[in-house]
Ligand binder design. Sequence first.
Ligand code: XMP
Length: 319
Amino acid sequence: DWTMAEFKEAKIKEIREQVGDGKVICGLSGGVDSAVAAVLIHEAIGEQLTCVFVDHGLMRQGEADQVVSLFKGHYNIPLVHLDVETLFLNGLKGETDPEKKRKFIGKTFIDVFEIEANKVGGADFLAQGTLYPDVIESVSFTGGPSVTIKSHHNVGGLPERMNMQLVEPLRELFKDEVRALGRELGLPEIFVGRHPFPGPGLAIRIPGEVTKERCDILRKADAIYLEEIRNAGLYDAIWQAFAVLLPVKTVGVMGDGRTYDNVCGLRAVTSTDGMTADVYPFDSSFLTRVATRIVNEVKGINRVVYDYTSKPPGTIEWE
Ligand code: XMP
């Protein structure tokens, strides 16, 4: 039978054959897929690989630092870290349409990446962490024949423009297999086991206008929620859990004062591939604890609600 160790060796051989002595550039998103692809390719071709981390400032708390320390510290893989938060936040100013937000982020990601790739000079190959469900999903999505539910954020279009060939070593794999491969490559469990995170990041978890202030509020609430999930030992039983910050203010009371602040939504689902999803049935005492902590600890939020919608008819993300 086909073990992950064998798969790894076969892929390394394949990558070496495809790339020869060419140069490869790989865009890191902060997620598991691009990280596993990058580490695998680095094992195959070493210094012929350059990784570029386009840090759009829409990551979860501490996530950008984790990526940098994993690549530079743990693996000693050359990494260009581009801090382009201001560029992204300026471009998102005033934008409230979910598809326009997605498209702006996808396009800007490619623009920044392309400029950097040109600086690296003469890369012949573009590496991507495309998975099997991504291949399927770009053909037919949940909405039936050729209905675009959401524009997915990836670097499609870039290879043609830059005259590069694709290296996509994870194309046959499902998420759980990518995780197994990551473990085989020695990636830390905290990284490998992490819930999926969408390319457009927190921007699609902040319905309405995205600002630095709103990102910071959401990061704090999300971190509390995930800390409680980990403490309760539930993290690995959940496909994805995250907070969203709603563009709605409601009245509350704290101490002997009136508050008028934002609503935070909590989402948690189980799934095998993200195509369909069920709501995770937390105990009410768990949700009460999280809600209390968020309202007490996060300035800017005075109400917390739980999302009870499965997919379909809901999607996992809110935009
Ligand atoms: P939805 O919200 O469509 O999400 O039910 C299904 C899964 O895909 C993730 N997702 C994305 N991943 N780029 C990504 O890499 C994207 O633009 C994107 N949008 C959604 C989502 O987090 C969930 O796991």
